[in-house]
Ligand binder design. Sequence first.
Ligand code: ADP
Ligand code: MG
Length: 253
Amino acid sequence: MKASKAKASISYVNKLNVNRWMRGSKGTRYAIPRTVWLTRRSLGSMLRAYRMVYVKPKGGEKGKGVMRARKLQGLRRYELRFNRKTRKAYSVAALHRLIRRHKKSGAYIIQQGIRMMKYRGRSFDIRVMTQRKSTKSSWVMTGMCARVAASGLIVTNTSQGGDVLPVWTVLRANMSRKRARSMTGRIERLSLRIARRYAKKRSRSVVFGVDIAVDRKRRVWMLELNTKPGLVPFRYLKDKSMYRRMLKYRRRK
Ligand SMILES: Nc1ncnc2c1ncn2[C@@H]1O[C@H](COP(=O)(O)OP(=O)(O)O)[C@@H](O)[C@H]1O
Ligand SMILES: [Mg+2]
């Protein structure tokens, strides 16, 4: 009994399964980046298709073990980035060996890379909190914030030195008021569709943290779905109203 309780508190989610589940619904499919298991063959075909891909542990968190691979022009044909390091490789086979040398143990996935919109030269994505008061209530968006990557890093995680800013600030740096308003609406609607879809799999959940990226063509993408999202990023915002709203929602369960 005790052991099963402890297990239930681990926030482990298999990213490939989530991805497949989201692709299975019309309302979310368009926003899901292509994701497959990492093998030498899939590395080659994904790089041919997308030129830039993310390689990450299937059940990772806090941006740990995340790498980015790119196809370049010229002789040194591939580039691998992780932490603050950059390595070059001359072939897919060499790149694959490089990944294997630097990756953590366990299975990895490879995902279509999203060319994220930037704020002051740094990539950002958006954490959207979706909550419901009970498993019978409808899902509500209780807040969103932008997570801006620490400069020189390929991940936006706050635990890796990323900054938290109001979504409005980072969107307005890239588009008009009117566009920013419609973009926040799109992000909210997509996140709610994602929450409702995932709740079909996890019917007892009352909170999800959905990570959305906006690319340079203003398309929206789901990067990750967190089943135990912390409220921490929202505490970094000067305006604490979203944070208070989330706490209130949680208490009323
Ligand atoms: N496909 C992708 N395209 C662009 N950036 C990505 C992609 N996947 C991950 N990232 C970046 O890496 C960060 C960490 O990846 P994520 O899948 O959320 O792993 P973790 O569970 O460790 O947070 C994301 O928040 C985002 O900044
Ligand atoms: Mg994440």
